[in-house]
Design a protein around this ligand. Structure first.
Ligand code: GDP
Length: 479
């Protein structure tokens, strides 16, 4: 790997002469047209507070130079990106709708919002929030499984007349696993049977203790139907985001994530991206997942053509050679040619990877790795037919934890193994234990595709024995 000195200097925004001078002080004699190796590039870049990243392919001469030094350059505060999660019918879609409508009535141009997968809202007090328009944790997990950390805050919706339900717990565990803070929206306050205190109590039992009860979780009582509490909810989200100190540099080359994508008969591949860093501009060359392209048009959440999109701004883009997946990262690069080259290389690597069949968490593998001190924690998801079994399993499994290896049950629940469990296992490298429950063929297939290890038992003793054997490094290879 090497890069031309002039090119490196250009990407860092300094004069080639300055770089030559700096290299000289480091005992390296170089000329403008000379190529310098990765090591030297890293050293000299560090002198200017830059970090050099080796681009992800070997034959490459494109070194990605990033101003990741956070106090370098202009940093601006960015709006938090919010995903709404919660049990089915608790009001996720209604909340997204009422929030979106408040945007229009608050005087913004246009009239009809466009569904592009994400939208911005300006709150009455002047803050801005970005909402991901696909509620629920399926999308959230799909993105995480690609390594995308898109969501900054989760709004957990719980219906005041219904209480904590299985998907409420799933949502909490997904947020926890992702390390994303939760703001609770106690919804349907207009209903006669609304009992918000019950929600506070039930969530307290799940370690979400409300501020009003001395904890640190913000609870807001709302009604998606009457609009009660919605402004308050938005303000509280902003308050929560203050703590996170979300910042980005709008002057860098743009990068971010795909939140939605599709093939449009007229326009070809269409993707909604959320810019995380830098500013994306019409005409930019980008690499996006396994695809590349030059942006031919950008549209905002109101359907307007836009020329540029800064940090936390969602934009629908047209011009990619193929349809990327939600959660894929995009990066703006210098030229179309660069973009194509990187995409081609990724495509090749992807094929190689599929051939090699990646292996993810698998109990035997995990314990092979234990010696290497890589894994200190065995993560489990426990699903069972009745609550009693879950409690019994949780207790016995926790007792097995050793000094060297901790056993962490990241999620447990009554019911069959579902998509959410497999998704969570996949992104967290956890193993699923099914006790007196069996998955559907679809779920089995999903687990296989994601290389998630699922094990089924009918006797607690067998579960304990297997895990114990594994912990002792005596895992039988088949059973
Ligand atoms: P989701 O499945 O979580 O997206 O829930 P929806 O938004 O589809 O809402 C489920 C049902 O609850 C719908 O019939 C909504 O009209 C109703 N609903 C949602 N929020 C409220 C609310 O605040 N008050 C009342 N009374 N009904 C609501």
């Amino acid at each position: 790997e090497a890069i031309e000195l002039a090119e490196l200097a250009k990407r860092m925004g300094i004069k080639a002469n300055e770089m030559i001078a700096k290299l000289m002080t480091m005992g390296v004699m170089a000329t403008v047209n000379q190529t310098i190796d990765f090591e030297t590039a890293t050293l000299v870049a560090a002198e200017f507070d830059f970090e050099v990243e080796k681009a992800s392919f070997e034959e490459d001469v494109l070194l990605q130079v990033e101003t990741d030094n956070q106090d370098k350059g202009r940093m601006i505060k960015t709006p938090p990106v919010v995903t709404i999660m919660g049990h089915v019918d608790h009001g996720k879609t209604s909340l997204l709708d009422v929030i979106r409508k408040s945007k229009i009535t608050s005087g913004e141009a246009g009239g009809i919002t466009q569904h592009i997968g994400a939208y911005n809202v300006d709150t009455p007090k002047g803050g801005r929030i970005t909402f991901l328009d696909t509620p629920g944790h399926a999308a959230f997990t799909a993105m995480r499984s690609r390594g995308a950390k898109v969501t900054d805050i989760v709004i957990l919706v719980v219906a005041a007349d219904d209480g904590v339900m299985p998907q409420t717990i799933e949502a909490i565990n997904h947020s926890k696993a992702a390390g994303v803070p939760v703001v609770v929206a106690v919804n349907k306050m207009d209903k006669p049977g609304a009992d918000p205190d019950r929600i506070l109590r039930e969530l307290a039992e799940l370690d979400l203790l409300a501020e009003e009860w001395g904890g640190d979780v913000i609870f807001v009582r709302v009604s998606a139907k009457t609009g009660e509490g919605i402004d308050d909810l938005l303000e509280m989200v902003l308050l929560q985001s203050e703590v996170l100190e979300l910042k980005a540099n709008p002057d860098r080359n743009a990068s971010g994530y795909v939140v939605e994508s599709r093939l449009d008969t007229g326009r070809g591949a269409v993707a909604t991206v959320l810019v995380k860093q830098g500013t994306l501009r019409d005409g930019d060359a980008i690499v996006c997942g396994l695809h590349s392209g030059k942006i031919r048009a950008m549209i905002d959440d109101l359907g307007n053509r836009i020329e540029e999109a800064g940090p936390s701004t969602p934009a629908e883009i047209v011009g990619l050679t193929g349809v990327p997946d939600a959660g894929d990262e995009f990066v703006a690069v210098a030229t179309d040619k660069d973009a194509k080259q990187i995409a081609n290389h990724r495509m090749q690597k992807q094929r190689a990877k599929e051939l090699a069949k990646k292996s993810r968490a698998n109990l035997e593998k995990m314990f092979e790795n234990l010696g290497s001190e890589e894994i200190k924690e065995l993560k489990l998801i426990v699903k069972a037919d009745v609550q009693g079994s879950i409690e019994a399993l949780n207790d016995s499994l926790k007792d097995l934890a050793k000094e060297e290896v901790d056993i962490k049950i990241i999620h447990s629940g009554v019911g069959t193994i579902n998509e959410s469990d497999v998704g969570l296992a996949s992104v967290s490298d956890a193993i699923i234990i099914g006790f007196n429950v069996r998955p559907t063929p679809q779920i089995r297939k999903m687990a296989k595709d994601e290389n998630v290890d699922m094990r089924f038992y009918d006797i607690i003793y067998d579960v304990i024995n297997d895990i114990k054997a594994a912990l002792d490094g005596m895992m039988p290879s088949t059973f």
